[in-house]
Design a protein around this ligand. Structure first.
Ligand code: SF4
Length: 357
């Protein structure tokens, strides 16, 4: 990020693109790259102001809150370079088997008390096949649904058959979290035990089962701005409903432990660019928020975010949910998202095409 100089031509360019998105149009990849390339603080604030207008236009003042329960922790067979739960790295992160009903129902109670729309069951493993574990997962989803207190979501890794996705849907699952993590180009630098196409295949099964897609990625892993841009376009293409943006919190013991933190203005600019590319999606600020944004956390909404992961993350802490609720109230934002639904989003995009299919 350099200087604070204001450039009238850049200002017109950002405004032109902003007006087009507000009118229901799209921006091209080349135009998006020009936004990701903005450097001066003044230009970035201009971009944030337009991203805020776009959020207001398509989302009003509604903010979607989500929380997660770590349903199976640690000892994961995969080697994702950012992850404390991979068995490839010594991180001291907790390890335990699949969770009993009680903690899940407690999380539903807590969510209900705090206007949190959804509770996601998250498991540290490669994926889910048919068998006794799938039965147990479906039981937890059914219990969450029957509690009537929250929307049951899940993030359970790769799915290798349509039948598994259909079973999850039958159990009451509404939305499944499965990040693309980064661009197709950068993905092999984050993980080599499964592929980007494995992830697209899973998303295809979920969409076919009628499950909403929560898919985003992590920034600050060493990817370029163009990688971030291409991730956003890939998410547009697969028709993600919720787009979590995680900001790397480097975990000691993982290959990314020494990654330098992204500057705050670079993070805010990235959120704003995502809003320009994905005007109708829920853009959710997820892991790494507190540690990377510190006092600038409330600016994510001006940058275009319309959703927030609240409560603690899988292996790291977040600020207390009461503090997040106060932040929303102070900004005139409303976490009561139930009546908002996904109905404000365009018709679902077709299932993703695999490059090698
Ligand atoms: S991100 Fe998920 S799949 Fe990758 S190592 Fe961590 S728990 Fe396993």
């Amino acid at each position: 990020m350099t200087g604070t100089s204001f450039d009238a031509a850049t200002s017109h360019h950002v405004a032109d693109l902003g007006r087009r998105v507000l009118a229901g149009g799209n921006i091209s990849r080349e135009e998006a790259v020009s936004l990701f390339a903005l450097e001066s603080t003044a230009d970035i604030f201009e971009l944030l102001a337009w991203a805020n207008r776009i959020r207001e236009q398509f989302k009003g003042n509604k903010i979607h809150l989500c929380s997660i329960v770590n349903a199976k922790a640690g000892a994961c067979s995969e080697n994702c370079s950012f992850c404390a739960q991979s068995s490839f790295y010594q991180t001291g992160s907790p390890k335990y088997g699949f969770v009993d009903p009680e903690p899940v129902l407690e999380a539903a109670d807590e969510a209900n008390k705090n206007s949190v729309t959804a509770v996601g069951l998250v498991a540290a493993w490669k994926g889910l096949n048919e068998g006794p574990m799938l039965d147990e997962v479906c039981d937890r989803i059914r219990e969450l649904k029957d509690s009537g207190k929250t929307r049951p979501d899940a993030s359970l890794g790769l799915i290798k058959s349509q039948r598994v996705a259909d079973r999850l849907k039958e159990a009451g699952l509404e939305c499944y979290g499965h990040n693309l993590e980064s661009s197709r180009r950068f993905f092999p630098k984050t993980c080599t035990t499964h592929t980007y196409d494995d992830r697209l295949e899973t998303i295809g099964y979920l969409k076919k089962a009628g499950i909403k897609i929560c898919s985003g990625g992590i920034i600050g892993m060493g990817e370029t701005r163009e990688d971030r841009c291409d991730l956003a376009f890939a998410l547009r293409e697969i028709g993600a409903n919720v787009v979590p943006i995680n900001i790397l919190n480097p975990i000691p013991g993982t290959p990314f432990e020494k990654n330098p933190p992204l500057p705050v203005m670079e993070i805010l600019k990235t959120i704003a660019c995502f809003r320009f590319i994905l005007p109708r999606q829920e853009i959710m600020i997820a892991g790494g928020r507190t540690v990377n944004l510190r006092d600038a956390q409330s600016m994510v909404f001006m940058a275009g975010a319309s959703a927030l992961m609240v409560g603690n993350y899988l292996t790291t802490l977040n600020q207390p949910v009461e503090k997040d609720l106060q932040m929303l109230k102070d900004l005139g934002l409303d976490p009561d998202w139930d009546s908002h639904g996904f109905s404000d989003q365009a018709a679902a995009a077709p299932a993703p095409q695999l490059q090698n299919a």
